[in-house]
Write a protein that binds this ligand. Structure first.
Ligand code: NAD
Length: 262
C-alpha cells in the first residue's frame, strides 16, 4: 500500500469481470489504500462483481443500468447514505451496435442508444457525483483512438467516443471551480468482454503490438497505473485532458515498414 489514496473513497462503474479495465483501475486504487464502491448491470454480472468487490473489501451499491435513471439515482442514494461524500469516480461503460457494416448505415435507434450509454451516461453520473464531491474530486472516463481517427469496425462507437471526449472538456470547465477534475484515458486495445463485440479484434491487437513505439499492447494494470495519477493528488493541476495509454500508438502516421505481416 503506497498510501497515495489512503482515506479516499470512490465509485467504480463498469466492472463486468476480472478482465474489465474498471477492475484494473480498482486494483490499482485498492493497492494505494482507497475504499471502493461498485455497481453491476443486471443479475448476470452481479454474480461476477460481488466476489470481486469482496476480494478488496469493496461496497456493492446494487444494480445500475445507465439507460434507467432511477437505477443511477438508487446507486447514488446508497452511496450518500453509507459514505456521505466521495472523492473520485471511474466511468468505464460503453455500448454500440452495428459494428460490422458501414458507419453510414447506422440507424437512428442505434445512434441514440450508443450515445446514451457511451457518452451521456458520463454526464449523468457527473451530475450525481458533483453533489457528493463536497471536498473536490476527480472523475475519469475511458476512450479510444477511434474517437480521433477512423478505425475499422468502430463505427458508431467512434462518434460516441468523440462526443465523450468533448464532454470531458465541458464537464471540466463546469466543475473546475469546485475543484472537481474531469479527464479521460484513451486506452489501447485490450481483450475484454466489450472488445469481443468488435470484429477482427485479434488483428487490431497484433497491428498495435507490431506498430506501437513500445512494440507491445497495454494491460488493464497499465491503465490502472495511469488512472491512479488522475484519481489522486498527483494530477491536482490537471483537468480536461485526454491521456493516451496505448504504448505510444497515437503518434504514428503510418504503418512501420519493418512490422511483421499479420
Ligand atoms: P467490459 O465489457 O469489461 O466493460 C464494459 C462495461 O460497460 C460492462 O461492465 C457493462 O456492464 C457496462 N455497460 C454497458 N452498458 C451498460 C448500461 N446500459 N448500464 C450500465 N453499464 C453498462 O469492457 P472494457 O473494455 O473494460 O470497457 C470499459 C471501457 O473502456 C469502455 O468505455 C470501453 O469503450 C473502453 N475502452 C476499451 C478498450 C478495449 O480495447 N477494451 C479500449 C479503449 C477504451
Amino acid at each position: 500500500n503506497s498510501g497515495l489514496m489512503q482515506g479516499r473513497r470512490g465509485v467504480i462503474l463498469g466492472v463486468a469481470n476480472n478482465r474489465s479495465i474498471a477492475w484494473g483501475i480498482a486494483k490499482a486504487c485498492h493497492a494505494a489504500g482507497a475504499e471502493l464502491a461498485f455497481t453491476y448491470q443486471g443479475d448476470a454480472l452481479k454474480k461476477r462483481v460481488e466476489p470481486l468487490a469482496a476480494e478488496i473489501g469493496g461496497l456493492v451499491l446494487g444494480h445500475c443500468d445507465v439507460t434507467d435513471a432511477a437505477t443511477i439515482d438508487a446507486a447514488f442514494a446508497v452511496l450518500k447514505e453509507k459514505w456521505g461524500k466521495i472523492d473520485f469516480l471511474v466511468h468505464a461503460i460503453a455500448y454500440g451496435e452495428q459494428l460490422d457494416g458501414r458507419y453510414v448505415d447506422t440507424t437512428q435507434e442505434n445512434f441514440s442508444k450508443s450515445m446514451l450509454i457511451s457518452c451521456y451516461s458520463f454526464t449523468a453520473v457527473a451530475q450525481r457525483a458533483e453533489k457528493l464531491m463536497t471536498d473536490g474530486g476527480s472523475l475519469i472516463t475511458l476512450s479510444y483512438y477511434g474517437a480521433e481517427k477512423w478505425m475499422p469496425h468502430y463505427n458508431v462507437m467512434g462518434v460516441a467516443k468523440a462526443a465523450l471526449e468533448a464532454s470531458v472538456r465541458y464537464l471540466a470547465a463546469d466543475l473546475g471551480e469546485k475543484n472537481i477534475r474531469v479527464n479521460a484515458i484513451s486506452a489501447g486495445p485490450i481483450k475484454t468482454l466489450a472488445a469481443s463485440g468488435i470484429g477482427d479484434f485479434r488483428y487490431i491487437l497484433k497491428w498495435n503490438e507490431y506498430n506501437a513505439p513500445m512494440r507491445r499492447n497495454v494491460s488493464t494494470e497499465d491503465v490502472g497505473g495511469s488512472a491512479l495519477y488522475f484519481l489522486s493528488d498527483l494530477s491536482r493541476g490537471v483537468t480536461g485532458e485526454v491521456h493516451h495509454v496505448d504504448s505510444g500508438y497515437h503518434v504514428l502516421g503510418m504503418k512501420r515498414p519493418d512490422a511483421p505481416d499479420i
